[in-house]
Write a protein that binds this ligand. Structure first.
Ligand SMILES: Cc1cc2nc3c(=O)[nH]c(=O)nc-3n(C[C@H](O)[C@H](O)[C@H](O)COP(=O)(O)OP(=O)(O)OC[C@H]3O[C@@H](n4cnc5c(N)ncnc54)[C@H](O)[C@@H]3O)c2cc1C
Length: 467
């Protein structure tokens, strides 16, 4: 689907500066190295011009012009993506939304908040909590933008109870590749009014248009949350307890699994001691509610389930100090694993919850089969496993060869278990080949037709999701 694109010329820069103040337009050596990559470990690609916009009208003029001129445009949030989604692999005009960062309205009657898409997740969370309300989606990187979260349908740790970003998006304002500004969805709770274009935009990774504004659903803020740290003899017993825990009377907000070697990495990275590291594997469960008594009642049956499956102890994480240590460690796993090797690549496959154990056992066989270190942690409660393949001292050629062999095995197994290529990070450019392998020709043809319906000249973030 990739065509040939026009290089950005001086005349194009003049046009861009006629729309956007010159201090918000960067070209050539003025472009920071940050914009040549995201948090995926792929090659660097610089945009030809980087532009910061202040509103949908500026954006609309730039996109309409780029469409006429056949110049690629790439939406950029905070650049925390893990699959190269905002990396400009065909050059062109990268448009940053970080200055569109206003909270526009808190509607306490409809329980919604309306924000510009450059607002950070942590800003939304703190703002609504100060008003006794709660925005549950909780991906690990709190400095990502809401636009980026919506564009990747970010998940996170509270998905078990609350769902993912998609479940909290009521309405969107979008600038289409034509430059037209449209509103999709709204404050309404129900909506059966034709095809849900709002839902097509969610998870479209900047390939269908720019999200400029979002109406997000809120819920009342639970007054308290308590976590449980449960050591197990091995990872299989830990994970085998999960389906039963999910079936028990009250759904936890989070069910995470972790292994000792990842905990040790986090201790070294943070310089802080984890409350327990005597066991091979751990589950962390979190429950929320309105009082300590209510929550204790909610998790009362869980100890029994875990002990019956080889749980060795149950540590209650209820003091601020303990919560800080445990959740800071959990939040630092990715950086900590990065620090333990020279380079890594990651996959975030998702499998049905009852297949996680089979998938993890298979993962262990790959370490030996390919003679390579592999680490993992993830969202046991929703089947989303984060797997890290470590380069260590392999040379580039050997690394690339092993990496693709391991990925091939991993994705094949995920597909065999009726899983999906990505649970929450998206496809970007890094996982395109695997999506193409997973989906049938009929499905891929529909995806291509949708892309062409929105973006007939393929100027929006080309090279991402599908080829
Ligand atoms: C330490 C760490 C932990 C993480 N943990 C999680 C996790 O638990 N769960 C999870 O889901 N992700 C996680 N991520 C990945 C990342 O934070 C998410 O993918 C996030 O949603 C990206 O947001 P961003 O603002 O950084 O977007 P970017 O990286 O800038 O862009 C991501 C994609 O969205 C598109 N995009 C961005 N803004 C817009 C817009 N306004 N309109 C249209 N398209 C847009 C881009 O073109 C690109 O394709 C983690 C990342 C890190 C580094």
């Amino acid at each position: 689907m990739i065509g040939t694109y026009k290089a950005v010329s001086d005349a194009d820069l003049d046009f861009i500066r006629s729309v956007v103040a010159a201090e918000r337009v960067f070209s050539g050596a003025e472009i920071s190295e940050d914009y040549s990559h995201d948090e995926h470990s792929g090659d660097a690609h610089f945009p030809e011009v980087y532009v910061q916009v202040l509103n949908a009208e500026e954006l609309s003029k730039l996109v309409e012009y780029a469409n006429e001129q056949n110049i690629p445009v790439i939406p950029r949030g905070a650049g925390t993506g893990l699959v190269g989604g905002s990396v400009p692999i065909y050059g062109g005009m990268m448009i940053g939304l970080e200055k569109m960062n206003r909270i526009l309205e808190l509607d306490e009657e409809n329980l919604t908040i309306t924000v510009e898409s450059g607002v950070l997740l942590m800003e939304v969370a703190a703002f609504v909590e100060a008003h006794g309300l709660f925005y549950p989606p909780d991906p690990g990187e709190k400095a990502a933008t809401i636009g980026g979260n919506i564009a990747t349908n970010a998940g996170g740790m509270r998905a078990v109870k609350y769902g993912v970003t998609r479940d909290f998006v009521r309405g969107l304002e979008v600038v289409l590749p034509s430059g037209e500004i449209v509103e999709l969805g709204g404050k309404v709770v129900k909506n059966s009014s034709g095809y849900s274009l709002k839902d097509l935009m969610i998870g479209s990774e900047g390939t269908l248009g720019f999200i400029t504004k979002a109406i997000l659903k809120l819920v009342p803020l639970p007054k308290k949350s308590i976590s449980l740290l449960i050591p197990f003899e091995d990872i299989s017993s830990a994970i085998s307890a999960v389906p039963e825990i999910r079936k028990s009377e009250v759904t936890p907000t989070a069910i995470e699994f972790m292994e000792r070697d990842v905990i040790l990495d986090a201790e070294e990275y943070l310089g802080k001691k984890f409350p327990d590291k005597s066991s091979e594997a751990y589950l962390i469960l979190t429950y929320d509610g309105n009082s300590k008594e209510e929550i204790e009642q909610n998790f009362s049956g869980v100890a029994e389930i875990c002990f019956a499956r080889g749980g060795l102890d149950l540590l209650i994480v209820d003091t601020d100090e303990r919560k800080e240590v445990v959740w800071k460690a959990r939040g630092a796993f990715l950086e900590a694993i990065k620090g333990s090797t020279t380079k890594l690549d990651e996959c975030d496959v998702v499998v049905p919850v009852n297949q996680v154990s089979t998938f993890i056992q298979y993962l262990y066989t790959l370490k030996e089969k390919h003679d390579i270190r592999i680490k993992s942690f993830g969202h046991a409660g929703d089947g989303n496993v984060h797997i890290f393949i470590l380069r260590d001292d392999l040379n580039e050629a050997a690394w690339q060869e092993k990496l693709s062999a391991v990925f091939e095995d991993l994705y094949q197994k995920a597909i065999e278990l009726k899983g999906k290529v990505s649970g929450e990070h998206g496809i970007g450019y890094a996982k395109v080949a695997y999506l193409m392998e997973e989906e049938s020709e009929a499905v891929l043809n529909i995806m291509k037709a949708i892309k062409l319906a929105f973006d007939p000249k393929n100027i929006m973030n080309p090279g991402k999701i599908i080829r």
